[in-house]
Design a protein around this ligand. Structure first.
Ligand SMILES: [Zn+2]
Length: 504
C-alpha cells in the first residue's frame, strides 16, 4: 500500500512566490514516524491500515508546506513533482495507493498541480491499482483529479478539525475497493460560487447543515463518500468554484441524486456565506470606545490562507486615529528581525514594520522600539500541537505597541505565536488576529469586542477587491448569477470488473 502526501494552499494574489524551501520533505519511514502522532490525515489512514495484518505499507514521499503561500515557482513544483513521482516509481508491489493532498495548490505554468500528480501517478501505477485521495475542504476539484483517481474524500469541518477522520475514511474506502466490496462511482456538480464568512463554520453555520446531509449519505450501505468542497477563493485558477460530490457503491443514480441535492442546498444558502466586514476606521473607533480587549480580525493578511503576513493596515489606522490603548500585532518582517538580533535584547532599533514583501499593498511603518525578546521561532501550535517554524523572531515594544515579528509566515489561527513569546492577548486593548476565524475560547468568549475588518490583502474576504482573472465567470459573488442553479452532473468511475472480463 503506497502512502504519499503533497499539501500546500496557494493564494495566487499573494506578492511573494513559494519555493521548495517552504516545504518540509519526508521520505519513507520518516513519513510514518511523523504521522504516527501528528493529528493529520495520514495518521488516521495508518490506524486503519495498521488493523489489517496483510497490509504492507510503502510510505514514499511527503511534501508539506510549512504554511500557505504565494504561487509556487515553476522549478520548485517541478522538483517536488519529480521527487513525488520517482518515489512512487521506486515502490515495490503496489496494490493500492492513498494520497493525502490539499487540492488548492497552484504553480507557475501549472494551474492544477494535484491533477498533474494524479495523472502522472496513474501512468506509473497503471489502471488496475486503486488510488484514493483525501482533500481539504478548500480544494480546487478538477476533472483530471476525478478521472485519475478512484475516489475522493474531503474534510467535513470548517475550521478544519477532522484530519485524522478524513484519512481514516480514505483508508477504509481504499481497502473496500481492494477487497472488491466497493466499486466507487462519483457524481460531481459544479457550483459557480465562492464562499466566506461565519456561516461556513460547520458547528454553528448553515454550511454545517449541508455537510451533515453528506455525512448521512456516508452512513448509507452504498454511500462511500460525499461532501461539498468550497474551493479556495484566493487560488485564481480556471477550475476555481465550489463543487458537490457523492461517491456511491456501483450506483450512479444514488451518487447523482445526492450530488444534486447537496448542490441545490448550498446554492440556496449562498447569500449567507459571505463575510461581514467592518471598515478599518470604524473598527478602530469602536475598539477605542471599548473597555477591555478589542480583537480586530485581519483575514486579508491571513497567513493560513497564503497571505504574506506583512500587512500593517490596522496598525496604520490605529496610529492615524491616535488609538490610546495597548496594541498587540504579529508581523512578518525578516529585515526588522535582523536588526533586532543585531541590537540584542534590551537594545533599541529604528526600523520599519510591514510592507517588506507585499510592497504594493502595504506601506512600511516607521517604528522605534526596544527589543524585549529574541527567539528561534520554533513553537507548538495551540490548536494541533504541531511544530511551527517562524524563523528568527523578535518581540519589539514601541510605546504602547508590542509587535511579535517573525522572519517567515506561520499559521495565526490560534494564540500560539503570542503566547510562546510571552504575550498574553488579555493584557492588551487591541489585538490584531490575522485569521478569518479562531476557536471561540481563544478570543470570542472573553474579549469585549471582535470584528472582521475590511483591510487590503491577498486573502481579503472582500472578494471583489482581489481581481480574479482566471476563474470561470459568471461566479457568485463576483457576478450576477441565476436564482436557480443550472445543474449539470458529471459521472466518474473506473470499472475494473469490465477490465477483468475482457482480460485488459
Ligand atoms: Zn482548508
Amino acid at each position: 500500500m503506497v502512502i504519499a502526501e503533497c499539501k500546500q494552499e496557494v493564494a495566487t494574489f499573494a506578492a511573494a512566490a513559494s519555493t521548495y524551501a517552504d516545504f518540509v520533505i519526508r521520505r519513507g519511514a520518516e513519513l510514518l514516524d511523523y504521522h504516527v502522532s501528528a493529528q493529520e490525515e495520514v495518521g488516521g489512514a495508518l490506524e486503519v491500515f495498521g488493523d489489517r495484518e496483510q497490509c504492507v505499507l510503502a510510505p514514499t514521499y511527503s511534501a508539506k508546506a510549512i504554511a500557505s503561500g504565494g504561487l509556487l515557482a515553476a522549478p520548485d513544483f517541478s522538483r517536488i513533482a519529480s521527487e513525488f513521482l520517482e518515489s512512487l516509481a521506486d515502490a515495490d508491489e503496489v496494490d493500492g495507493a492513498y494520497f493525502s493532498l490539499h487540492g488548492a495548490m497552484a504553480a507557475e505554468g501549472e494551474d492544477d498541480p494535484e491533477g498533474f500528480l494524479l495523472s502522472e501517478s496513474r501512468k506509473i501505477l497503471g489502471d488496475d491499482v486503486p488510488i484514493v485521495v483525501s482533500l481539504d475542504l478548500h480544494a480546487i476539484l478538477t476533472n483530471r483529479m476525478l478521472e485519475c483517481s478512484d475516489a475522493i474524500v474531503a474534510y467535513h469541518t470548517y475550521p478544519h478539525v477532522d484530519f485524522r477522520q478524513t484519512g481514516a475514511r480514505a483508508a477504509k474506502l481504499l481497502l473496500a475497493v481492494l477487497s472488491g466490496t466497493a466499486r466507487p462511482i462519483t457524481a460531481r456538480v459544479r457550483i459557480p460560487m465562492l464562499a466566506r464568512g461565519d456561516e461556513l463554520i460547520t458547528k454553528t453555520g448553515t454550511f454545517g447543515q449541508v455537510i451533515r446531509e453528506a455525512e448521512e449519505f456516508e452512513r448509507l450501505p452504498a454511500g462511500l463518500s460525499a461532501g461539498v468542497i468550497i474551493g479556495n477563493p484566493f487560488t485564481d485558477v480556471p477550475d476555481l468554484r465550489s463543487n458537490s460530490f457523492a461517491v456511491a457503491n456501483g450506483d450512479p443514480q444514488l451518487a447523482v441524486g445526492q450530488a444534486i441535492r447537496l448542490a441545490r442546498q448550498i446554492w440556496a444558502r449562498r447569500h449567507g456565506m459571505q463575510a461581514k466586514l467592518t471598515g478599518l476606521d470604524e473598527a478602530v473607533a469602536l475598539a477605542a470606545e471599548t473597555a477591555g480587549t478589542a480583537v480586530l480580525m485581519d483575514a486579508a493578511d491571513a497567513t493560513s490562507s497564503g497571505a504574506s503576513g506583512d500587512g500593517n493596515s490596522v496598525i496604520h489606522a490605529a496610529e492615524q486615529a491616535g488609538f490610546p490603548g495597548r496594541l498587540l500585532a504579529p508581523m512578518v518582517d525578516a529585515p526588522a528581525v535582523e536588526q533586532a538580533f543585531a541590537a540584542g535584547v534590551g537594545g533599541t532599533v529604528r526600523t520599519t514594520l510591514g510592507g517588506s514583501l507585499d510592497r504594493l499593498r502595504f506601506r512600511p511603518l516607521p517604528v522605534e522600539g526596544r527589543v524585549k525578546l529574541l527567539s528561534d521561532g520554533r513553537f507548538r501550535s495551540e490548536s494541533f500541537h504541531s511544530e511551527c517554524h517562524a524563523g528568527p523572531t523578535a518581540v519589539l515594544e514601541s510605546g504602547r505597541r508590542v509587535f511579535v515579528v517573525t522572519s517567515r509566515a506561520v499559521n495565526l489561527y490560534d494564540r500560539a505565536l503570542f503566547l510562546a513569546h510571552g504575550q498574553d492577548p488579555r493584557a492588551f486593548d487591541l489585538v490584531v488576529v490575522k485569521s478569518p476565524h479562531c476557536e471561540p475560547h481563544m478570543y470570542q468568549q472573553w474579549c469585549s469586542f471582535l470584528v472582521s475588518v475590511d483591510a487590503p490583502g491577498a486573502t481579503s474576504a472582500n472578494l471583489r477587491t482581489l481581481g480574479h482573472a482566471k476563474c470561470p465567470r459568471p461566479i457568485f459573488p463576483l457576478d450576477e448569477t441565476p436564482d436557480e442553479l443550472p445543474i449539470s452532473v458529471e459521472i466518474y468511475g473506473r470499472d475494473r470488473s469490465k477490465r477483468e472480463r475482457t482480460g485488459l
